[in-house]
Design a protein around this ligand. Structure first.
Ligand SMILES: Nc1ncnc2c1ncn2[C@@H]1O[C@H](COP(=O)(O)OP(=O)(O)O)[C@@H](O)[C@H]1O
Ligand SMILES: [Mg+2]
Length: 235
């Protein structure tokens, strides 16, 4: 194949050491390997506790990797997240890799629309333009305009999740990681998220996600990677 993967995971292993439990070892994944290409959406599948979120956090560089490589293409360079120095990882997140977490990390006193606009402003978009685009995205996600100026701390779970999705999707990143982005949404808003994901795919974005909702998964995902197939080493 002529095109190269944007993400290539190979031989990845991780075991949690539980220091509060006399150093008990909890193996999560071993020998995890797969490639992800521009414009495709791939789901991590498997039962609760299989290691899906842990794998996603390793790709984003939030969890240390014990063994193996997580190579991400960044323009002409390839960065191995497993060994990259922290500064290189931060730059990789600025240029290439976005993450939509399961829950919004609430920033005190910052209004919802500003929370959403912030990544664009960070990318160098003029604040006025960034704020306008944030409002458009929140409108698409049916977040009532009366909430836009309010900090999301007191929002409902579904409202917070929509702010979180808007914040995660507003800036362009060629590789997007999503952890259960629709868990607290009603059917109408799930459909909006499906549309937004389809638009990202058409723009060539590669998506690796956890989609517990089968309908959403079937609508957007091109394949499912079963995380349980990455055999867990004996403890
Ligand atoms: N930070 C952590 N420290 C210790 N154990 C963890 C940590 N994160 C996850 N685990 C454990 O690793 C296993 C996989 O968890 P997770 O990756 O969240 O699974 P999934 O997302 O597939 O439900 C679980 O047994 C979980 O308790
Ligand atoms: Mg999980």
């Amino acid at each position: 194949m002529a095109t190269k993967p944007i993400l290539s995971v190979s031989g990845v292993a991780k075991t949690f050491i539980l220091h509060l439990r006399e150093g008990a070892r909890l193996p999560v994944v071993n020998g995890a390997g797969f490639d992800l290409y521009a414009g495709e959406c791939v789901a991590l599948g498997g039962p609760s506790g299989a290691g899906k979120s842990s794998l996603l956090k390793m790709v984003y560089g939030n969890y240390r990797v014990d063994d193996g490589a997580i190579r991400v293409r960044d323009g002409d360079e390839v960065v191995d997240v497993a060994t990259a120095p922290p500064r290189r990882l931060i730059r990789l997140r600025d240029t290439t890799m976005g993450y939509v977490s399961q829950f919004l990390r609430v920033i005190p006193r910052v209004g919802a629309r500003d929370v959403v606009a912030e990544p664009l402003i960070h990318d160098g978009v003029a604040p006025e333009e960034a704020t306008k685009r944030a409002g458009e995205l929140l409108a698409r996600l049916n977040l009532p305009e009366r909430l836009w100026a309010l900090p999301p701390a007191t929002f409902s779970g579904g409202e917070q999740q929509r702010v979180n999705i808007a914040r995660g999707l507003i800036a362009h990143r060629p590789l997007l990681l999503m952890d259960e982005p629709t868990a607290s949404l009603d059917a109408a808003n799930r459909a909006v998220v499906v549309q937004l994901i389809e638009e990202k795919k058409r723009a060539g974005v590669a998506i690796l996600g956890i989609f517990h909702d089968a309908e959403v998964r079937e609508a957007v995902c091109d394949r499912v990677i079963d995380v349980t197939s990455f055999g867990q080493m004996a403890a």
